[in-house]
Design a protein around this ligand. Structure first.
Ligand code: NAP
Length: 287
């Protein structure tokens, strides 16, 4: 029996166990995938413990995606660029860190919309961990990237992502007039902020969200825009609802969630999981 799991804090909300276990059962794989609540001060023990117990791999979620780096023996090129890891493989005495968030995002658009990001002009809203992973992939796909964020300096920090980031990226102030100037050129708008998310991370945190909020005014959206919101709960955010009303093509965050897991299977075993089972498991959990 192979062992896998996801480490995080908190972890109870994670959809990864149901998604992976459903796919493992459907694929007939003798493996189990468990959620592990890890204390901050016990992160090293958790990783080395999993290695000692012969785990095949782990997923890593908030708040450990950067904090795991010192305990890994190597990083894949994708993880090296963003210095963030959401998937670990234990291979003999090596502990290899990879990130599938960005490649999962790109793959989801290809799978669900047959959309190819190569050389597109994209507006990314937000500059947190998810934005970092997505922007790195957009740059690798030679996109022209506009980025806007509530906190300007966090957007500017993404200009160090890779050699060509400064040529390919422009930080745009999160103001109506500044954004309006670029919207004609933009083909894809991606919300990577938590604005519109169903549940607050903590009632008092700055991430507390209100589902009646949108990350940028919907009046900026044009019918030619593909609008992607990486939030998956609710499945349709107010932002997506408004985008749809304005004639935009839309995509929610379920695909990214599923495809980062698909890419983890490819990393662990070199195989593709039963996709429809993964989608079904996530959708059933969310409804
Ligand atoms: P994060 O690192 O904490 O970043 C949060 C981002 O949201 C920052 O840009 C932050 O701006 C912005 N933000 C938060 N509250 C805001 C507000 N009230 N007004 C304006 N901006 C606000 O979080 P993350 O890990 O990137 O995750 C972001 C979202 O993506 C979450 O909803 C998460 O569930 C979702 N996500 C989905 C998937 C998927 O598989 N579909 C994967 C990863 C994440 P500041 O810099 O100004 O604070």
């Amino acid at each position: 029996m192979e062992l896998l799991g996801v480490i995080g804090n908190p972890i109870a909300h994670s959809l990864s166990p149901v998604m992976h276990n459903t796919a493992l059962a459907a694929a007939g794989k003798k493996a189990v995938y468990l959620p592990f609540l890890v204390k901050h001060e016990e992160l090293a023990q958790a990783i080395y413990g999993a290695q000692a117990l012969g785990f095949t791999g782990l997923n890593v979620t908030i708040p450990f995606k950067e904090q795991v780096l010192p305990y890994l023996t190597e990083l894949t090129p994708e993880a090296e660029v963003i210095k963030s890891v959401n998937t670990i493989a234990f291979i003999a005495d090596r502990i290899v860190g990879h990130t599938t968030d960005g490649i999962g995002f790109i793959a989801a658009a290809k799978h669900e919309l047959n959309f190819d990001f190569i050389r597109k002009t994209v507006l990314v809203i937000g500059a947190g961990g998810a934005a970092r992973a997505i922007v790195a992939q957009l740059l690798a796909h030679q996109c022209r990237v506009y980025i806007t964020n509530r906190t300007d300096h966090r957007a500017r920090a993404l200009l160090t992502l890779g050699d060509n980031a400064r040529e390919q990226m422009t930080v745009v102030p999160m103001q109506l007039e500044s954004l309006r100037e670029i919207m004609d050129q933009v083909e894809v708008v991606i919300n990577t902020t938590s604005v519109g998310m169903a549940k607050p991370a903590a009632p008092t945190s700055s991430n507390s969200q209100d589902q009646t909020q949108v990350p940028i005014p919907a009046e900026l959206l044009l019918p030619q825009h593909l609008v992607i919101d990486i939030i998956y709960n609710p499945k349709q955010t107010l932002f997506l609802e408004m985008a749809s009303q304005r004639g935009c093509r839309i995509q929610n965050g379920v695909g990214m969630l599923v495809w980062q897991a698909v890419k983890a299977w490819e990393f662990w075993w070199g195989i593709t999981p039963p996709l429809d089972k993964m989608y079904q498991a996530v959708k059933a959990s969310l409804s």
